[in-house]
Design a protein around this ligand. Structure first.
Ligand code: GLN
Length: 194
């Protein structure tokens, strides 16, 4: 299964390594033409305003929306989660606006700029090792969105059909369970198409 990692800005190489470790084939995606060959797409962490700007510049907004409309899975991590959200607190404009949820950027405040924890996630056997770096939180979700994990009663992992999002960086550790989960979403989507 070939999974693309959007390579405009952010933690690209780490996601590619994790996808390969989970048994997939990873591709760095720099142009929209590459999307056709993929079974799934990861939008990495980094800085959401910058990623959004570059996605608009290189035509990725409509291309990724149509990728999603074909039922192909998309996984947004940290800044990637912000890019997927329909609503961003304190901002007029969203980016892709695909997931029916409201997110708050940099939601942990200065004292907790970054930290690691073992996080139980619904549908995954063992708690996953999660690294939070100036992380966003999911403040509100519609009934279309399934909450997969919370941290201190705040939503940090969620899924809406073919869309998966987490507040943290799962690609910065040797725990590949969430990448394996996403890979499985891509396999299931490909089987459903046959
Ligand atoms: N704080 C960043 C943003 O708002 C996200 C941080 C990250 O991806 N590690 O875009």
């Amino acid at each position: 299964m070939r999974i693309g990692v959007l390579a405009l800005q952010g933690a690209v190489a780490e996601h590619m390594r994790s996808i390969e470790a989970a048994g997939g084939e990873a591709v760095a995606v720099k142009s929209t033409e590459q999307l056709d060959e993929l079974g799934g797409l990861i939008i990495p962490g980094g800085e959401s305003t910058t990623i959004g700007k570059l996605m608009r510049k290189y035509g990725f907004m409509d291309a990724v929306r149509s990728f999603s409309a074909q039922g192909k899975p998309i996984f947004g991590t940290c800044a990637g989660l912000i890019v997927l959200a329909e609503r961003i607190e304190g901002q007029e404009e969203a980016h892709l606006g695909l997931m029916d949820m409201t997110v708050a950027r940099n939601a942990f405040g200065r004292q907790r700029e970054s930290f690691e924890t073992d996080l139980p996630v619904k549908g995954i056997d063992e708690p996953i090792r999660a690294v939070f770096i100036r992380a966003p939180l999911i403040k509100e979700v519609s009934s279309k969105v399934e909450v997969l994990s919370t941290y201190n009663d705040e939503i940090v992992t969620a899924r809406q059909g073919n869309l998966l999002a987490c507040s943290y960086h799962p690609e910065l550790t040797d725990d590949y369970q969430l990448h394996a989960y996403f890979l499985n979403m891509a396999v299931e989507a490909a089987v459903a198409k046959r």
